[in-house]
Design a protein around this ligand. Structure first.
Ligand SMILES: [Zn+2]
Length: 616
């Protein structure tokens, strides 16, 4: 993936204090600072309580002895993959990759060279450097001297050289040792360990992390340096403690959503230290963004300033910045009707807080019904709640929404947004939106100020260039309230039936809201049954989340197309410009569908143009 589309793909590390830096400067020392390059796009973020649980699950697949790793602050770098995949950064080094394997339905961990060394040293240390005891803790294969030499040079693990092995399943990652306990590679099993006994030849495991060479003696040195890394952290925590960390809290803070509680308790003081060393850098980022927003005051003279609040981390930061920049501000919350309930509770608490800070009278509260939607209107904010039935009617008439069949963002997000602007009577607005270039390629190409083609509305993105770590540091600095879903391991806040959710996120949701997920599964099942899909296929479609595409990606199996209605069967689309079509209905089209679509799009449409995305 070419980096220029996105932002910076690096952070810095102070090895003297063992802390990450967003810029090559620290409030603790003069450096030197080491550059840590990240796999693009490089939207690095802190690991929270839920993430630590996943890290434990993932690393358990390769070793049972790694508690010491959990004493470090861990940074996660999201990598493009069919589901959740994160690079783990510990001590300013790539420690390994954690990913959710949809086909195997497990979290996998693939250590880097550094991670493999550390995990071996940790297991050795707690076994008093006795290999016999150490290997009981690991998934491993032991090979003879000749094989070890070849493997160290990059060869795969073949049956003939194997002397001994632990229990493992096909697909597992394994430590490969020589008889003398030299670690020579990390390999991925091509067979189950139970099959090895009966075979005489062939590849048993594929060499994945080559050119490793760690002797049992090396382990002692590696472990000592790991202990010194921990010691550095406890020293910085002491410094911070003595320094009496200054308070910069925002009025928006709500105790129940205190971001520091998102970290495991023993990591919290270290994050205070990380915040402390990055304090000046993050404050100058904040100052720049507020300055940018203030510079719009003249440009947006007759336009009301609106913050679009979604319940995510980027929008709480945007809201905070806008409240610092402007005296008058109006916040809107588009409740899609299919939000995760935690998001609604959280957002309403935040909006009430905004109202108590910004409103003059604090009295006005009106409920209006706009078409089928409900609007809650107060002095400083409005919430529009899209009817839930609109989504499920669309589900029935247009088909299950998909990543390549995106109608629900129009019906349950954009249409209500348009309705709300109508209700509020704003002709033109200047909307402050928390979009960041790291999120996607198309977003990376947007500018910081965008003029909307249709409405004359201006969108501005004050945090366009920020990475997730910078967002989180400002949240921590100002103690901004954060959606509790992040604590559980969500990386983006969306609707609960959203096809853009990872299977990994559906797993978290299933634990959190089992009724919602079983309702969704019922809806998908009956939709597919009506179209003649067999029960067996439906099981696979649900298990792997194949319904999230019209054209299923190849890596997820042989099923190519999950049937949806063809819009083209009912409409002729005439392209006006990129993404914009004139729709001309064809006969016959059911009255129900016509009225649904009319109702759906009438407020969203400008003239007769319909915005339908059929992504390839
Ligand atoms: Zn330092």
């Amino acid at each position: 993936m070419p980096a220029p589309y996105f932002g910076r793909t690096e952070i810095f590390w102070c090895d003297r204090h063992n802390l990450p830096l967003i810029r090559p400067k620290s409030t603790f020392c003069e450096g030197p600072f080491r550059r840590v390059s990240l796999t693009p796009p490089g939207d690095i973020r802190p690991a929270f309580v839920g993430d630590y649980e996943f890290i434990i699950k993932a690393i358990s697949s390769i070793t049972s002895d790694f508690d010491i790793i959990l004493r470090f602050p861990i940074l996660l770098n999201k990598i493009s993959y069919i589901d959740r995949m994160d690079e783990l950064i510990i001590n300013g080094k790539k420690f390994g990759i954690m990913r959710y394997n949809i086909n195997r339905k497990i979290l996998e961990f693939i250590p880097s060279k550094y991670g493999a060394k550390i995990l071996y040293a940790v297991a050795m240390h707690s076994s008093n450097y006795i290999l016999e005891d150490c290997k009981k803790k690991l998934s491993y294969i032991i090979v003879d001297r000749d094989a070890a030499k070849a493997i160290q040079d990059g060869a795969n693990v073949l049956r003939p050289g194997i002397i001994e092995y632990s229990h493992f399943d096909k697909g597992d990652y394994l430590f490969v040792f020589s008889e003398r306990g030299e670690l020579v590679c990390i390999a991925q099993a091509k067979v189950n360990s139970t099959e090895i006994y009966e075979t005489r030849k062939g590849v048993v495991a594929k060499n994945k992390i080559k050119k490793i060479y760690v002797t049992p003696k090396d382990c002692e040195i590696i472990f000592l340096s790991l202990e010194s890394d921990i010691k550095k952290l406890s020293e910085v925590v002491d410094i911070c403690h003595k320094e009496d960390f200054p308070r910069y809290y925002s009025k928006l803070g709500i105790e129940a959503y205190d971001p520091f509680t998102f970290f495991p308790e023993h990591i919290r003081p270290i994050w205070k230290a990380i915040l402390c060393v990055n304090r000046k850098a993050i404050m100058s980022l904040e100052k720049e963004a507020i300055g940018f927003l203030r510079s719009l005051l003249t440009k947006g003279k007759d336009k009301p300033f609106i913050v679009s609040f979604s319940g995510g981390k980027d929008s709480i930061v945007s809201l905070h910045l806008a409240m610092k920049a402007y005296k008058e501000l109006f916040t809107i919350f588009i409740n899609t009707g299919i939000e995760i309930p935690e998001t609604v509770t959280y957002s309403r608490k935040v909006l009430e807080r905004v109202n108590s800070i910004m409103s003059k009278s604090n009295k006005r509260m009106i409920f209006i019904t706009a078409s089928e939607s409900k609007v809650i209107l107060k002095d400083a904010y409005a919430e529009i709640i899209a009817p839930v039935k609109r989504f499920w009617t669309g589900f029935y008439l247009l088909g299950i929404p998909g990543r390549d069949w995106r109608w629900c963002c129009k019906t349950n997000k954009l249409a209500p947004a348009r309705e709300l602007i109508d209700v509020l009577g704003f002709k033109k607005t200047l909307s402050i939106i928390g979009i960041r270039r790291y999120e996607s390629r198309s977003r990376a190409q947007e500018k910081r100020i965008m003029h909307n083609l249709w409405s004359g509305q201006v969108n501005v993105y004050p945090i366009h260039n920020w990475n997730a770590l910078e967002i989180w540091l400002l949240i921590l600095l100002r103690r901004l309230p954060v959606n509790p879903l992040y604590k559980l391991g969500f990386t983006r806040i969306g609707c609960w039936p959203c096809p853009f959710n990872q299977m990994f996120e559906f797993k978290i949701l299933e634990k959190l809201k089992p009724k919602l997920i079983s309702f969704l599964n019922q809806k998908i099942t009956s939709y597919l049954k009506e179209r003649g899909i067999s029960d067996k296929e439906i099981v696979t479609i649900l298990e792997k989340g194949l319904w999230r595409w019209k054209k299923v990606p190849k890596v997820l199996g042989s099923m190519k197309v999950i049937p949806r209605i063809s819009i083209r069967k009912y409409f002729k689309l005439e392209k006006i410009k990129e993404h914009i079509y004139d729709i001309i209905p064809k006969e016959p089209m059911s009255n129900k569908l016509i009225s649904y679509l009319e109702n759906l799009f009438k407020r969203y449409l400008d003239s007769n143009s319909l915005f339908i995305e059929e992504e390839q």
